[in-house]
Design a protein around this ligand. Structure first.
Ligand code: ADP
Ligand code: MG
Length: 237
C-alpha cells in the first residue's frame, strides 16, 4: 500500500471533523474523495501532504509515518498557486531549480548551474507540452485562461515526479467546457498508468482528488470514497 490512513481522527476543540477514518490507497490508484462541504476532505489531504498531523491515528507513505511535507507528495488547489512574476515555463522549472541545487552551488559554479538550468527548463517545457501548453511557455499567469493556469499548476507539481499528487477541488472555479478539457488531461495520466501496467512497469501516477461533483468522481476515478458528515449515530461532524 502506498498510502495508509489508520484509524485517523481530527478534533478541533470539541468538534469532531474526522472520526476513526481508515483508508488504504495502492500505487496507481485514482481516488476521488467526495462529501459535503466542511466534512473534512481538505483536512484529510493535509495529513497526506504532511502539513498537519491528525489528533489521533497514523498516516503512512510507503510504510513510513509522514512527519512533514516532502517532494514525494504534490498538491494543486482550486485557486492556482503560480508565481505571477514568472512565465509558465519558469513556474514549472522553479521547483526543480530550488529542490535540486543549493545556494553555494548556484553562486560558485555558474557554468554547471547554467547547464543544469537549461536541463530543468527543457524538462519543464516537455511537461508543459504534454499538457497542451507548448504555445504559451513564455506567457505570464495573468495572460493565461483559468484552465491553462490550472494545467500549468498540475505540470508544476508533476515535474517534481511526486509519488502522490493531491488535487483539492482543482476544477471548482472553472466553467463546464474548461472543466471537461482538464478532466481529459487527467484521464491521459490514467492511460499512462494502464500502459505502464501492461508493460509490467509500476504505474507512475497515484492521485487523490477532492470533488463535490459525483459525476466528476465517477468519470475520473477508479475508486470513489465518500465522507459523511454523520460520523456516529445522531452526531454531526
Ligand atoms: P472540506 O474540505 O470537506 O470542505 P475541511 O477539511 O476544510 O472540509 O474542514 C472540515 C471542518 O473543520 C470545517 O468545519 C472547518 O471549519 C473545520 N476546520 C478546518 N480547519 C480548522 C482549523 N484549523 N481550526 C478549526 N476548525 C477547522
Ligand atoms: Mg476543502
Amino acid at each position: 500500500m502506498l498510502i495508509q490512513l489508520r484509524d485517523v481522527s481530527q478534533r478541533y476543540g470539541i468538534k469532531n471533523v474526522l472520526s476513526s477514518c481508515t483508508l488504504n490507497i495502492d500505487r496507481g490508484q485514482f481516488v476521488a474523495l467526495v462529501g459535503p462541504s466542511g466534512c473534512g476532505k481538505s483536512t484529510l489531504l493535509r495529513f497526506i501532504l504532511g502539513t498537519n498531523q491528525p489528533t489521533t491515528g497514523l498516516v503512512l507513505l510507503d510504510g513510513k509515518a509522514i512527519s512533514g511535507p516532502t517532494r514525494e507528495v504534490g498538491i494543486v488547489y482550486q485557486h492556482y498557486s503560480l508565481y505571477p512574476f514568472l512565465t509558465a515555463l519558469d513556474n514549472v522549472a522553479f521547483g526543480l531549480m530550488l529542490d535540486r541545487t543549493s545556494i553555494p552551488f548556484r553562486l560558485f559554479r555558474p557554468f554547471a548551474w547554467r547547464s543544469l538550468r537549461q536541463q530543468y527548463r527543457a524538462a519543464a517545457s516537455c511537461m508543459l507540452d504534454e499538457f497542451g501548453l507548448g504555445h504559451v511557455l513564455h506567457s505570464y499567469p495573468g495572460e493565461l485562461s483559468g484552465g491553462q493556469r490550472q494545467r500549468v499548476a498540475i505540470a508544476q507539481s508533476l515535474v517534481m515526479q511526486p509519488r502522490v499528487l493531491l488535487l483539492d477541488e482543482p476544477f471548482g472555479a472553472l466553467d463546464e467546457a474548461t472543466r471537461e478539457e482538464l478532466q481529459r488531461y487527467l484521464l491521459q495520466l490514467y492511460q499512462k498508468n494502464v500502459a505502464a501496467k501492461q508493460k509490467g512497469q509500476p504505474p507512475p501516477y497515484t492521485i487523490v482528488f477532492v470533488t463535490h461533483e459525483l459525476n466528476e468522481a465517477f468519470y475520473l476515478a477508479d475508486r470513489v470514497v465518500g465522507l459523511s458528515r454523520y460520523w456516529r449515530d445522531g452526531d454531526v461532524g
